[in-house]
Design a protein around this ligand. Structure first.
Ligand code: PMP
Length: 362
């Protein structure tokens, strides 16, 4: 490999090179065991160390308190769209939602199949360009929980502060901004995330659940679909996705060695700031469709004056070794996804490329 490309894909996405290299070096003969990690029993000493170290890394980096359990599941964030209502819709209560875009909608659609739901705010008429402020919605007296999507990966909008739901449990899909900033756990009762952005390879989903909420979860679910099954067995009820968990362990070790979430947040601000500043300074040539206060630090969405120019931009960017800049097919335009492993320099180079492209094409 001559040069590592700047990969702006929304996920799977760029991962820290030191973690990839470490996995490569350790792959065939894991710790001189005469076999690789993915050939070993998940009940043996080597995997045991990986499993609990990965869990400890999650806890330490996110400062997840002992009041919360950390679970490793499969099925991506998508299975959580169903597992959350299956486990949490109890006592005839209603699941409430803030509808901020594609991913919130998917969570709503699955919950509707499980039980009573209510959307208490929707950004649909505004094309999902912003996160609601607290006075715009009111929780019902019969709310089982409030579900939010912390960062809408496709629309490029992000909560910079989570709602304070008081006694109503808050459930947050953190798939595309977990580990990019500290979390206030006093506000979050259940967080879930597919791994393939800031945690590791696809195939693993992380769930962090308040134990008080866990105790109230449904008891009569099929084994895999019940949070209680996994919590009671330290996520070793069945065979976990061992390689994905091992990769997450390495990636989180890298995050720690780089300075943890405070540093990740600083870098996220620097990266996204470099692109937003370029957009804002372009006198409307580049346009960000998103409300300024809701701009995502992970997924920067932008438009060019025409679709033809957008296609040219994406093609020329790829030639210049910037990949993954095409917006999601459902919304079009361009999108630069910049997760933890994207160096600040990558964003700065992209900003320079944007300036030059404008100069050549405006
Ligand atoms: N939620 C968000 C915010 C996402 O970005 C995604 C995937 N991009 C999902 C949920 C679905 O995740 P998965 O593909 O892991 O099921």
């Amino acid at each position: 490999m001559k040069q590592r490309i700047y990969n702006f894909s929304a996920g799977p996405c760029t991962l820290p090179l030191p973690a990839l290299q470490r996995a490569q070096a350790d792959f065939v003969d894991y710790q001189a065991a005469g076999m690789s990690l993915i050939e070993m029993s998940h009940r043996g000493k080597h995997y045991d160390e990986v499993h609990y170290a990965a869990m400890a890394n999650v806890r330490e980096l996110l400062a997840a308190p002992q009041s919360h359990d950390v679970l490793f599941l499969q099925g991506g964030a998508t299975l959580q769209f169903a597992m959350v209502p299956m486990n949490l819709m109890t006592g005839g209560k209603t699941a409430e939602f803030l509808n901020t875009g594609t991913w919130a909608k998917k969570a709503i659609a699955d919950a509707e199949k499980i039980g009573a739901t209510r959307v208490i705010w929707s950004g649909e008429t505004e094309n999902f360009t912003r996160i609601p402020v607290k006075d715009e919605y009111r929780l019902g007296a019969d709310a089982a929980y409030l579900h939010i999507c912390g960062n809408e990966t496709i629309g490029g909008i992000e909560y910079h502060e989570y709602p304070n739901t008081a006694a109503v449990p808050l459930v947050a899909d953190m798939s595309s901004h977990i580990m990019s900033r500290p979390v206030d756990w006093s506000r979050v009762d259940l967080a879930y995330a597919g791994a393939q952005k800031n945690l590791g390879p696809a195939g693993l989903a992380l769930v962090i659940i308040n134990k008080t909420l866990l105790e109230k979860c449904k008891d009569d679910l099929p084994a895999y679909l019940s949070y209680k099954t996994h919590a009671g067995k330290d996520s070793l009820y069945n065979t976990p996705p061992v390689f994905a968990i091992y990769m997450m362990k390495l990636i989180l070790e890298w995050v720690k060695s780089e300075g943890g979430l405070a540093e990740m947040e600083k870098r996220a601000l620097a990266r996204s700031g470099a692109i937003y500043d370029t957009i804002d300074a372009s006198e409307g040539w580049y346009r960000c469709p998103v409300d300024r206060a809701s701009r995502s630090r992970m997924n920067v969405c932008f438009r060019l004056p025409t679709e033809e120019l957008e296609q040219k931009f994406i093609a020329e960017a790829l030639e210049a070794k910037f990949s993954g800049l095409k917006g999601h097919r459902s919304v079009g335009g361009c999108r630069a996804s910049m997760y933890n492993a994207m160096p600040v320099e990558g964003a700065e180079r992209l900003a320079e490329f944007m300036l030059k492209f404008k100069k050549d094409n405006a």
